[in-house]
Design a binder for this molecule. Sequence first.
Ligand code: ADP
Length: 476
Amino acid sequence: MKILSAASEIYPLVKTGGLADVTGALPAALAEQGVEVTSLVPGYPAVMAALEKTAPFHAYADLFGGPAQLVRGRAHGMDIIAIDAPHLFDRPGNPYLGKDGKDWPDNAQRFAALGKAAADVAGGINPRFRADVLHCHDWQAALGPVFTRFLGGPKSVATVHNIAFQGQFPASVFAMLDLPQQAFAIDGVEYYGNVGYLKGGLATADAITTVSPTYAQEICTPEYGMGLDGLLRARRQVLRGIVNGIDTDLWDPERDPRIPARFGAKSLKQRTANKRALEARFKLEPGDGLLHGVVSRLTWQKGMDIFAASLDALVATGARLALLGAGETAIENAIFEASMRHPGRIGVIIGYDEDVSHLVQAGADTILVPSRFEPCGLTQLYGLRYGCVPLVARTGGLNDTVIDANDAALQSQVATGFQFSPVDEATLEHALSRAAECHADPKLWRGLQKRGMEQDVSWGRSAAAYAQLYRTLAKA
Ligand code: ADP
């Protein structure tokens, strides 16, 4: 079984978010399921520099404005085909934005090239490779299924990692795509008179997936669907959610070189040394009382404005907070001001720091994730693995991966964390009080930690679900 996976990011070559983690982790996890994955990515400078053992794969005289080569090679154990199109991709920095922080003006051409090359490669433009299924991720690759549907090719999967990003362009872009006129229609790329790349992919793919079952349901509603809910409701029978896994080698509390004291479910006492180190790093008063942790983009999506407004209430429960994050200035300022009001109780590091993120998961008692929407979420999965009890909004992947410590769940010993809904200050503050109550009972708290650590958060199950989907499609 051969799959062509097309995406604009792949860890560790190019990453701006969780998309890269998924496309970077799936090839190895799928290999264990007997599925061979070749990954098609734009030839950004970092991609071209990382490729080894390269061989020419195909030459285009013109690919959306200039000549281009497809080059096949290996990087970090993965089989990669890069689109070496200097006029589109030979630009440093963020893959989508210029130096001014705005989208590149030719993003329609750049990601039309990704979709076109995906369909060409999957369909056997080079007779040495033909995919059984084409798997396209997010709007940047979403024209892949459109080209295969209208011009021929294998069955396709479109995966939504975040429906907030859709790739919408003026109607004039349609002529450039060189598709038959009937593709500019309700079951093609036409979207309110314009061209929608993600819309086109969702209308034409043989299967649609997203990164959790709850998010799969949510995006069928006007509240979360961002305009695509009607289409998704119509295609509900081919839509499903498959929860992301995490890299359990990189995130392993028994072997993590980034934390002062390594520990497992049977040696939770060792965590205390990490808590002391975390307190020191965040200039918090030391103590065994409840210490909440946050590692997050400080944005509206993450509910961080509401969280900032609840910080006095958090301190009033007797708890402390270690927060690592960066994002919107107003939220950063509100959190910083709260830390000035509560020295020793609220510690803040504004910035992005992988090492500190591991220390928070290893030393804090909870990881707080109050997102307004969360397609899957990773930080709560790290928390589960590190005995750092997740306190999360009941939405998307957070709903699917954390079991709320209500009375029934506590009695039947299945609870792994705390959920609250809807996302507002009152419900968040109620959840903070519940966590404080539970933390006061050490046996109960250890139960939450241990059950979390027993959860399977690896890629194994997700890879099996993708493999099954590919097989069903290839047979149909
Ligand atoms: P999203 O992709 O929407 O930001 P996820 O929870 O899926 O949210 O993934 C966020 C990832 O980024 C996690 O690996 C998290 O640890 C990491 N992260 C977020 N903010 C920071 C930060 N300030 N420093 C270090 N890592 C961070």
